[in-house]
Design a protein around this ligand. Structure first.
Ligand SMILES: O=P(O)(O)OC[C@H]1O[C@](O)(COP(=O)(O)O)[C@@H](O)[C@@H]1O
Ligand SMILES: [Mg+2]
Ligand SMILES: [Mg+2]
Length: 312
């Protein structure tokens, strides 16, 4: 099913068609759930030492195969150690083929996150550059409804997949996030490990109307970055995955290239903000393909308040 070319740069249309075609097929596999093969069985480990589930590997293979016929030259995946050279083409695409792996077998929203740069001559240099140089960033969410949010540096487009046709239909052309919010998202089980700025901000949220905020806050944690982003794009909110004292979490958990850069691009295009506690994500350059970064994003007032707590 072709995508409507409205609002999509012509050069990127075949890339977006490949992504949504695979999105439709992955959605169908997920929808069969327990009726099909187990999607959550551990099949190995990626180069980061993360366990790989069957659906992580399957989705990666499906996206890689579909993008081979497009203008994507370099393919960098969370599930693969190095960059693949797919042949001729002017783009470099980074992907988290399946985000929210812990939710695969519990029927909770999961997703795919993608980031596109214009390719340079070399594979790694095409990705290890300021995140602000992305030409597109977005995600596909597999939930009660399958949908997509994407930016081409000109606002945020929202698509809904029609379950009867598998077609991704444009439903909003300029999604905006409210500046103020009463909702925050953080994995509070790690509180004792957090850096002090995150601790201080969350204490203020918990104090509600009895503290400096003067308003009560509500908390949500899905453990699928795509689902949290979709909620924040839809009704506002702030998300934090801070650096913490656990081994391997010195820069938080989320990967700069496959997760934070494209989400930050979307969020800023929707009027929100994204930083690592100090530095704007779009001003950062990943030092290596699988590098992580602390990540705070969402409604601009709260994201600014988090920064003030880090600086205090
Ligand atoms: O289990 P935790 O520490 O709460 O982390 C949850 C985070 O990890 C992730 O699942 C990481 O992504 P992957 O599933 O692609 O590895 C995010 O989607 C989510 O925000
Ligand atoms: Mg992920
Ligand atoms: Mg993943």
């Amino acid at each position: 099913m072709p995508l409507s070319p409205d609002h999509i740069p012509a050069d990127l249309l075949p890339v977006m068609e490949a992504l949504t075609r695979v999105g439709r097929d992955v959605a169908a596999i997920i929808a069969r759930g327990a009726l099909g093969d187990s999607l959550s069985v551990e099949v190995g480990e990626n180069s980061d030492g993360d366990g790989q589930k069957a659906l992580d590997v399957m989705a990666d293979e499906m996206f890689e195969a579909a993008l081979r016929d497009t203008a994507v030259r370099f393919y960098a995946s969370e599930e693969q150690e190095g960059v693949l050279d797919l042949g001729a083409g002017k783009y470099a695409l980074a992907i988290d083929p399946l985000d929210g792996s812990s939710n695969i077998d519990v029927n909770v929203s999961i997703g795919t996150i993608f980031s596109i740069f214009e390719a340079k001559d070399g594979a790694e240099e095409s990705f290890l550059r300021p995140a602000g140089e992305q030409v597109a960033g977005g995600y596909i969410v597999f939930g009660p409804q399958t949908g997509m949010a994407v930016t081409f540096d000109d606002g945020v487009l929202i698509y809904a997949m029609d379950p009867e046709t598998g077609e991704f239909v444009l439903v909003e052309t300029d999604k905006k996030i409210p500046a103020a919010t009463k909702e925050y998202a953080i994995n509070a089980s790690n509180r004792r490990h957090w850096v002090s700025g995150a601790k201080a901000y969350i204490e203020e949220c918990e104090a509600g109307e009895t503290g400096a905020k003067g308003k009560n806050m509500n908390m949500r944690w899905v453990a699928s970055l795509v689902a949290e982003t979709h909620r924040i794009l839809t009704r506002g909110g702030v998300f934090l995955y801070p650096a913490d004292a656990r081994k391997g979490y010195e820069n938080g958990r989320l990967r700069m290239l496959y997760e934070c850069a494209p989400i930050a691009f979307l969020i800023e295009q929707a009027g929100g903000a994204a930083h690592d506690g100090e530095v704007r994500i779009l001003d950062k350059t990943a030092p290596e393909l699988h590098a992580r970064t602390p990540f705070i994003f969402g409604s601009s007032d709260e994201v600014a308040s988090v920064k003030a707590h880090y600086e205090a």
